[in-house]
Design a protein around this ligand. Structure first.
Ligand code: BG6
Ligand code: MG
Length: 219
């Protein structure tokens, strides 16, 4: 198998634990609108863009919403979410991330972000990793959200590495599918670790060796 020359990390749920903030913000919006919404519903929003997330949330709404109202609701959710993000600090970086990033840099492997979020820039600033990646592809650069491969294809292009030499790290089923559709190998972590088609699986980045990630482990 081809060597891995770049690792493309999803951001929310892989690098940083913003998941709870997304849930709390959607929950506040849903409660204000009297729409049922729980943590199981929230799982379906992983990796999905803001507007598509709202469409999923509105599946349980008792009335139709106009496009203008939907835009206002998405902005309201984002304002709540941005308020919660003010609490974010390097302490919210997930287990194993710092060690894996250092190890990849030492081995000369390119590292990139491939995220559906339009808040990736401020989040990376808040956790002190703004300058840590060779390239960033996020929700502000793409037109099609995961499971479409666009964000990963763009990240690979930005680090100048062919898809077959890329490994994607994802915590969302939609993200695993996006990585595979891009022709890349995928390490599924957290909520995606049960995905049957993932190339590799681990609870989080502290639970897998660099050799296993890069396919350089001796048998
Ligand atoms: C993804 C999250 O990373 O970004 C989704 O997993 C979220 O839950 C999506 O909806 C879009 O985020 P944002 O920050 O642009 O609203
Ligand atoms: Mg994620």
């Amino acid at each position: 198998m081809a060597n891995i020359a770049a690792v493309i990390f999803d951001l929310d749920g892989v690098i940083v634990s913003t998941d709870e903030f997304h849930y709390l913000a959607w929950k506040e919006l849903a409660d204000a609108e009297d729409i049922p919404f729980d943590r199981a519903d929230n799982e379906r929003l992983r990796g999905v863009s803001r507007m598509e997330s709202l469409d999923i949330l509105l599946e349980k709404a008792g009335k139709p919403y106009s496009d203008a109202l939907k835009l206002e609701m998405a902005e309201r959710k984002n304002a709540i979410y941005r308020g919660l993000l003010e609490r974010l600090s390097p302490a919210d970086i997930l287990p194993g991330v710092a060690t894996v990033l250092d190890g990849l840099r030492q081995r000369g492997v390119k590292i990139a972000i491939g995220s559906s979020s339009k808040n990736a820039g401020p989040i990376l600033e808040a956790i002190g990793l703004a300058g840590a990646f060779d390239a960033i592809a996020d929700g502000t650069h793409i037109t099609r959200s995961k499971p479409d491969p666009e964000v990963f294809t763009l990240a690979a292009h930005r680090v100048g590495v062919l898809p077959e030499h890329c490994l994607v790290v994802e915590d969302a089923h939609a993200g695993v599918e996006a990585g595979l559709a891009a022709g890349m190998r995928v390490l599924a972590v957290g909520s995606a670790a049960d995905h049957p088609s993932a190339t590799l699986r681990a609870e989080d980045l502290s639970a897998i060796s660099l050799d296993a990630m890069l396919g350089t482990a001796s048998a």
